[in-house]
Design a protein around this ligand. Sequence first.
Ligand SMILES: [Zn+2]
Length: 238
Amino acid sequence: MSGNPTKKQPAAWLHAFFDLLFPRLCVVCGRLLSHAEKFICITCDINMPRTRHHLQKNNAMEKLIGEHVFIQRATAFFYYRKGSNYCNIIHELKYKGRKEIGMAMGRKLANEIQNSGFFDGIDAIVPIPLHRDKIRQRGYNQSEWIAKGIAEVTNIPVNSTVVARKAYGSQTGLSAPKRLENVKNTFDLYQPEQLSGKHILIVDDVLTTGATVAACISTLLPVCDVRISVIVLGISSI
Ligand SMILES: [Zn+2]
């Protein structure tokens, strides 16, 4: 054993004290978290409706995106079902300023699937960009924080400059064809040579119709010899 065990006591007391002053609640069920639990309690973690798409060839997500553009592989962490408490993860991440949830979920997702070989051969992680007005309003790009978590585990670098969003248009309430029409040509490509010949992993928070991701991929396709895969936290359409 190394270190002095008595030195650990004040830290434990301090944690207990802070937990008392600022109780941390499970983002899914609202239960009080123990010190060992970070943002989701162990029960909600175990019961999270994981897709396990990374274990299935030609999975539902690959089929959905494959309708629009050709990709190497795709996976989602969990099913994002309307009315489910698991939607709170995305809600807190996007609308409550809790960007650290994105990083923690990215880290968790990467840790759980990296042994499957999903990240093998991937050279760069590209988060779906937000328009600068949206970043100014929200303070951060939630997909970039998910990407940071994945990068921390896999050591694959994040590239947040190769694609940019031209204008932000809300997709809420639009039909699938309208969404597709709305997002076409909304991304710009900058210095594509930096990703020539590389395998890029696109990261988004939730995949609904696949239109936004497909539009981003279409923007990246002119990059010479590029291959593209996709990873998201939640998938809502299937
Ligand atoms: Zn919980």
